[in-house]
Design a protein around this ligand. Structure first.
Ligand SMILES: [Cu+2]
Length: 118
């Protein structure tokens, strides 16, 4: 077996990997419950505006009566955490320019928050 035969494949593989942009999703942290409140923070600061791009929402659901739903351009009422199972769940999404809302669907009137993406 001639090892040289595999070198072109390795080079092609390396090129393919380097062509992928190294853009990891930005981490956002959120909570819902145990009271009638929700949060969304980035590096400990409340999120009010973000740049368009890829984000991972890491949501700690601390109540069995609330959920955490995200809605906005390109994302239609995505339920990141559900009503019954508590715990932490993550979802990676692409945010586009516009206004996004995160809310709890049983309590939309009091648990609804917005942030803008530019
Ligand atoms: Cu709720």
């Amino acid at each position: 077996m001639n090892k040289l035969r595999f070198i072109p494949l390795l080079v092609a593989g390396a090129l393919a990997l380097s062509a992928v942009p190294a853009s990891a999703a930005t981490m956002l942290d959120g909570t819902v419950g145990p009271g009638f409140t929700m949060t969304l923070t980035k590096g400990g600061q409340k999120v009010t505006s973000l740049k368009a791009g890829s984000y991972t929402f890491k949501i700690a659901d601390k109540s069995a009566i609330h959920n955490y739903v995200l809605n906005g351009p390109g994302i239609k009422n995505k339920e990141i955490t559900g009503l019954a199972p508590m715990g932490t769940k993550s979802a990676t999404v692409t945010l586009k320019k516009g206004t996004y809302t995160y809310y709890c669907s049983p309590h939309t009137s009091s648990m609804k928050y917005t942030f803008t993406v530019s």
